[in-house]
Write a protein that binds this ligand. Structure first.
Ligand code: NAP
Length: 288
């Protein structure tokens, strides 16, 4: 299939590589050139705009940071919408506002094209290994047409509802993950300050009810002092903001999510926004 890929960052680059490995023909674009050159060396066609990517593709995938980025890349000047041919499908795999996602889908449909929101969970490792969880919103028949592509990227792939439902489910996922990260960092900070071996604490907690994927993927990084981003703390903050905005529109109190958002703000104020979410532990160390 002729696939276009826009946004070759921590997640997008390994995802694009998996599409090439699966035998798809790929046209790519990214704001900075380096990852485009890396993909060209693997056989992708490097493009100089999102419009050019769309003009060469039957499916266009976007993997960008936030709602304004997706809006700009899809609807802005030299954007995807200018290159779309009728029948093309846009699959936005970024985590963005469900409301913005629905608005973009309506614009895309005016061009006789289709859109799916298909955000992912599983982190950088899931992107590299092709084992992401993918939550998909949009028309069922469009989802079924896109499924062979999504299967090159993920393992658990679920159609969760109409436009925006994928993004809504992703925000639920982020609420669960972020609060888990805060609880892990608080347990680790308490252990360290008490003078007890954190590594042994993690070992034994991981065999009990406190075990989690968050602990197994992030605690080893904290123990090694590795704060490099698999998932940037500032993007986690974007997701919590989006979850709180959604909850506000529903008049639903999300008390612990609000607290987690403020706790991560402390880490941002200590200049840790471009580090991985595990850098929250550093903020606790600086406070304690
Ligand atoms: P990232 O590393 O910051 O990558 C974003 C990429 O988008 C960068 O390569 C950036 O280019 C490119 N970009 C930004 N604006 C652009 C534009 N106007 N035109 C073309 N390219 C543009 O972020 P990421 O971690 O891959 O995350 C991407 C999305 O996936 C986010 O919505 C995030 O919340 C979500 N997500 C991330 C993870 C994770 O573990 N990292 C997991 C699940 C979901 P430059 O090279 O110029 O910066």
């Amino acid at each position: 299939m002729r696939i276009g890929f826009i946004g070759l960052g921590i997640m997008g680059l390994p995802m694009a590589k998996n599409l090439i490995k699966a035998g798809h023909s790929l046209a790519v674009y990214n704001r900075s050139r380096r990852p485009v050159d890396e993909m060209v060396a693997l056989g992708a066609k490097g493009c100089s705009s999102s419009k050019e990517v769309a003009s060469l593709s039957d499916f266009v995938i976007t993997m960008l940071p936030d709602s304004p980025d997706v809006k700009d890349v899809v609807l802005g000047p030299s954007g995807v919408i200018e290159g779309l041919k009728p029948g093309t499908t846009l699959i936005d795999m970024s985590t963005i506002s469900p409301k913005v996602s629905i608005a973009i889908a309506l614009e895309i449909e005016k061009r006789s094209c289709e859109m799916l929101d298909a955000p992912v969970s599983g982190g950088q490792k899931g992107a590299v290994d092709g084992t992401l969880s993918i939550m998909v919103g949009g028309k069922k028949e469009v989802y079924e047409r896109a499924l062979p592509i999504l299967k090159s990227l993920g393992r658990v792939i679920v159609h969760v509802g109409d436009h925006g439902a994928g993004e809504t489910v992703k925000l639920c996922n982020q609420v669960i993950c972020a609060i888990n990260i805060v609880s892990m960092c608080e347990g680790m900070a308490l252990c360290k300050k008490s003078g007890v071996d954190i590594e042994k604490m993690i070992q034994v907690v991981s065999g009990g009810l406190g075990a989690s994927n968050i602990i197994s993927s992030l605690a080893p990084k904290i123990l090694q002092g590795d704060m490099e981003p698999g998932f940037k703390l500032k993007l986690q903050q974007k997701d919590l903001r989006l979850a709180l905005e959604l909850a506000e529109s529903l008049k639903l109190p999300l008390v612990a999510t609000g607290l987690a958002h403020q706790v991560f703000r402390i880490a941002e104020s200590k200049d840790l926004g471009d580090k991985g979410t595990q850098a929250l532990f550093k903020a606790y160390e600086l406070m304690g």
